[in-house]
Write a protein that binds this ligand. Structure first.
Ligand code: PEP
Ligand code: MG
Length: 951
């Protein structure tokens, strides 16, 4: 950040005219190695366009954009001309602030200088005797404390003190009052209890502009045996105008005012109570600034003049920040608005300024006297973009036969009914906050009502549950609050809603856990339904004959609304097998193939399509013979599954009497009973982060204990393998704030995170040991890559165990980082077991993001490199008498089962629905053959070769 410094001031400079002054300035810059001598051309050129006189005897000469090539380093120098230099024909300057800025840093200098210009300082500038005096003059106005309604959040959902601090610093960051790093400066030892449930905390590092943010929780939390309902977060700095700060503190030290503040739930009223600026509910219009060098002095002067043509007040803010008068040059410059930022103008009601806003917007669009390259201005009508998916960029020729992802079992054929993604048109900005808020409330109400009707009409539990989850999403205070924040920034209800839902869906999609990522479809589903109401769009009309529904993605409510007697099958361009839409399709018994690529949207309506929900294949215009074959195959599979299910409770023993334990992976505690019914002999992986995610706030020890008891009870003595929390940058928990990371997969994830928050780990371990009640419990730590991590985690468990004794406890690690597999001979001496997470082990070994839209298919767990790591791990474990399980997707893959058996794994853990079939498959295998097969697989050169070998 540029700053004014006494070392950079040259006193007693002399110049007879402007040309000599400019040369003097360039000489200073050259001497300080900021520019090359040629920069003088830029300074002269700029003055020819228009003089850089700022006011108060100060000029800010700077080069043209073309002269930036002569800048060696960005910097500012000040030259004092005590005799004065005539600058623009009528005005004399006594101080020149010459700027060499490679980009738009000069706006920062303007922001600093404009503070000085709010006062009448010209005489003092002329008579200044020292560099120190100059700097003090320019910074004469101590920075004032920003107190603004935009910095207040009420009814925040806050679960603990970390959450409070995070939200408070985020608010300051959004309003550009602080920069990254501020949060880490907030030390709990600086928390001050002001009275009632109000606390304050402050920090003065990483502060861009002093400000106070206020977070008022919907429900107070307990903090140090007191209530904490409101947090004032003060971003201070040493030059802060203390009188203003003291005035604020006087309010908070007055018991009556404090009580009023503690009870106030409305952000605007709260702002008024503390004397903060409120957002006026005036007519508004927005425009994106297109001027290449931002709103610098020249265009700002034009803007002032345009606004002054109207008598009523016009105010402006940048990117949702504080409003200032658009008729004050210094205030405009203090905004430091850059190209691409949005200016919001508001006009005083019942004055000529309301009608004048359009002229102001037009002037800004035209460049305020400068030539501008227009920016795609979204400020008018918005077409809600279709959900983006990499597949949409594929060549869109219709395939005759192709492959998608098998999502719901069964074969189906019928005429295609292609429903293309819908586009909605809406105004980006609304008429008034009040009107848009009302529209939004009505739309939410309407959608909730129709969802309630679906719930009442549906006889299928899975569907009811999904719609109930949708209702909960629509009630989510976080979601409603975010949209309301958008409305306050004058967005239309449709724009505020769509922007928030899209952002939330994208965040969800970016999660590496497929199950969680696919919940983005639910968000988009409710998103589209509310948007459709807000835009008055009609519902999709269903054709009259049984058809194959072809869509970009089918939202759960689409599936449920469709008459299953009419929908023979579903084929989608995007989506995964575990998306809710697939779950609903399964519940309805509708065969489905998903993720088949955007080309399917080009299938002509009414052409016959055959889909195979077991293999993911689909055929457009199949021959009659093909349909007959498919039907015969369907019958064969039905019989196989029926037989497998009849024997699913029997053990998995090969023909030559080798037994392997078959377990289930679950993410919901209530899924245990179903897993046992399907033949699970244990839970081989309880993904506890998913259990956490089913709670809106962090489950405390008692809630966790109750959750884990559900699993133990349903297991009735069978073992439970629990993985401690595996959250991290790619799988964030909403209530566990984390700094964003560039490479979340390689960042604070799994054990790396919990070892840095040992209380979290300790609490989970206590809950587990208590819930176990001496029933068989196996605890494993995720993402172990270093022996130290394992030892540290184990030490914590030992401490907890000393307090909460637990019999039948085994402690192990997940092997999902190649380092752990390679170190298995050492780790095997210390752990009780290994469970190999092939999903991550493949990702980290092949260096392919497991959710990568293009590459993930190449990350096959049967790649010989992964098999070699599994082989080494199994050997090391067995040498030390320890057991090894596989809990990645590979464990349920029919081609992988014989190889993994042959490598000697002791347990396979998979999704429950796979269990009957995998058990049936193992009963047909010969272990000695599997061992031979595995040895040959280890010598293969590719995953394809391994798959061919198994075939
Ligand atoms: C794995 O990585 O294989 C695993 C089972 O863990 P998750 O899929 O939950 O990352
Ligand atoms: Mg994993």
């Amino acid at each position: 950040m540029l700053a004014l410094d006494t070392q950079h001031v040259r006193m007693n400079q002399h110049a007879v005219d402007k040309a000599q002054a400019l040369q003097c300035l360039v000489d200073i810059l050259v001497e300080d190695q900021l520019v090359q001598p040629e920069y003088i051309q830029g300074l002269i050129g700029r003055e020819q366009q228009s003089a850089t006189y700022l006011g108060q005897g100060i000029a800010i000469p700077h080069g043209t954009p073309q002269s930036r090539q002569y800048i060696l380093e960005t910097g500012v120098r000040l030259a004092h001309f005590p005799e004065g230099v005539v600058w623009d024909g009528e005005n004399k300057i006594y101080l020149a602030v010459v700027i060499a800025a490679k980009s738009d840093e000069h706006l920062q200098v303007l922001q600093i200088l404009t503070r000085a210009l709010l006062d009448d300082v010209s005489e003092r500038v002329q008579n200044a005797q020292s560099a120190q005096q100059i700097i003090e003059l320019l910074q004469a106005q101590p920075p004032s404390l920003n107190l603004h309604e935009n910095l207040i959040t009420t009814q925040a959902v806050v679960t603990d003190i970390d959450d409070f601090l995070w939200q408070a610093s985020q608010l300051l960051k959004q309003q550009k009052m602080v920069e990254s790093g501020f949060l880490s400066q907030l030390q709990l030892k600086n928390m001050i209890h002001l009275g009632e449930d109000i606390w304050s905390i402050s920090a003065n590092q990483h502060v861009l502009s002093p400000a106070v943010s206020i977070i008022k929780a919907e429900q107070p939390i307990q903090y140090q045996d007191q209530k904490l309902g409101t947090l004032l977060c003060i971003a201070s700095n040493p030059q802060l105008d203390m009188s203003q700060f003291n005035r604020l503190m006087d309010i908070f030290f007055d018991p009556e005012q404090l009580q009023a503040l503690s009870q106030q739930q409305d952000a605007q009223h709260l702002a008024q109570l503390i004397g903060a600026d409120v957002i006026p509910d005036w007519a508004s219009q927005r425009v994106i600034l297109a001027n290449a060098h931002g709103l610098h002095a020249r265009p700002a002067t034009q803007l002032v003049n345009t606004c002054k043509a109207f008598q009523g007040e016009i105010q402006v803010s940048v990117d949702g920040g504080q409003f200032v008068s658009a008729k004050s040059l210094t205030k405009l410059l203090s905004l430091g608005c850059k190209r691409g930022q949005t200016l919001t103008f508001i006009a005083e009601p019942e004055t000529d300024a309301v009608a004048g806003l359009s002229a102001v917007i037009a002037a800004v669009k035209q460049g305020l006297g400068e030539e501008v390259e227009p920016i795609q201005d979204e400020a008018d009508t918005v077409v809600a973009p279709e959900p983006t998916h990499p597949m949409l960029s594929e060549t869109l020729t219709v395939p005759d036969q192709s492959q998608g992802i098998a999502a719901s079992s069964g074969l189906a054929f019928g005429p295609a009914h292609v429903v293309k993604p819908r586009q909605f048109q809406y105004e980006r900005f609304g008429s008034s906050v009040k009107v848009e808020s009302e529209k939004f409330d009505i739309a939410i109400h309407q959608v909730k009502n129709s969802i309630r009707q679906f719930i009442a009409q549906s006889s299928i539990d899975a569907i009811k549950q999904i719609f109930m989850a949708h209702l909960e999403m629509l009630d989510d205070p976080d979601l409603i609050q975010s949209v309301q924040r958008g409305l306050k920034q004058n967005l239309s209800a449709a724009a505020a809603w769509h922007e928030h839902i899209e952002a939330a869906a994208k965040a969800q999609e970016s999660l590496n856990d497929r199950l969680l990522a696919e919940r983005a479809a639910d968000l988009r589903d409710i998103g589209e339904r509310v948007l459709a109401v807000l835009c008055g769009a009609p519902e999709i009309v269903e054709p009259q004959e049984p058809y194959i529904l072809v869509m970009h993605d089918v939202g759960p409510s689409d599936v449920a609304r469709l008459n299953k007697d009419r929908v023979a099958g579903i084929l989608t361009a995007v989506g995964g097998a575990s998306a809710h839409s697939a779950i609903v399709a399964r519940a309805l018994g509708i065969p489905a193939v998903v993720g088949a690529g955007a080309a399917v949207l080009n299938i002509p309506n009414h052409s016959v399509v055959l889909i195979n929900g077991d293999t993911g294949e689909f055929v457009v215009k199949p021959e009659a013979q093909r349909i007959e074959q498919a039907m015969a195959e369907r019958e064969r599979q039905r019989q196989l599954r029926e037989q497998a299910e009849q024997h699913c409770l029997e053990p998995a023993i090969t023909l030559d009497q080798h037994a392997v334990e078959i377990a289930a992976n679950i993410g919901k505690v209530h899924a245990t009973a179903k897993a046992v019914e399907q033949g699970a002999e244990a839970i081989g992986l309880l993904r506890t982060e998913l259990v956490f995610m089913s709670h809106n706030s962090a489950p405390n020890e008692a809630v966790q204990e109750a959750d884990y008891r559900v699993v133990f009870d349903a297991l009735a003595g069978r073992p439970l393998v629990v993985r401690t929390l595996d959250v991290g940058g790619d799988k964030p928990l909403p209530y566990l704030p984390m700094e964003p990371e560039e490479n979340p997969f390689l960042g604070l994830r799994g054990i790396r995170l919990t070892l840095r928050q040992p209380e979290l780990l300790r609490q989970q371990l206590v809950a587990l040991l208590k819930a176990a009640d001496n029933r068989p419990l196996r605890i494993m730590f995720p993402m172990i890559g270093r022996v130290e991590e394992w030892r540290e985690a184990k030490a914590i468990l030992d401490e907890v165990r000393a307090q909460h004794p637990c019999e039948h406890l085994e402690v192990g690690i997940m092997v999902e980082v190649p380092a752990a597999a390679l170190l298995s001979p050492i780790l095997a001496q210390e752990v009780d077991f290994f469970s190999i997470g092939t999903n991550d082990l493949t990702q980290y070994t092949m260096a392919i993001d497991r959710g990568h839209p293009v590459l993930s298919a190449e990350a096959d767990g049967l790649h010989p490199s992964i098999l070699l790591l599994i082989d080494q791990t199994v050997r090391a474990a067995h040498q030390h008498g320890k057991w090894v399980g596989i809990c990645g997707e590979l464990a349920g893959d029919p081609k992988a089962v014989p190889v993994l058996m042959g490598l000697g794994v002791d347990e396979l853990s998979m999704s429950s629905t796979r269990i009957p079939l995998v058990k049936a498959q193992i009963r047909q295998l010969n272990f000695a053959d599997c061992q031979q097969l595995a040895q040959r697989a280890l010598l293969c050169d590719s995953a394809t070769a391994v798959r061919d070998l198994v075939e």
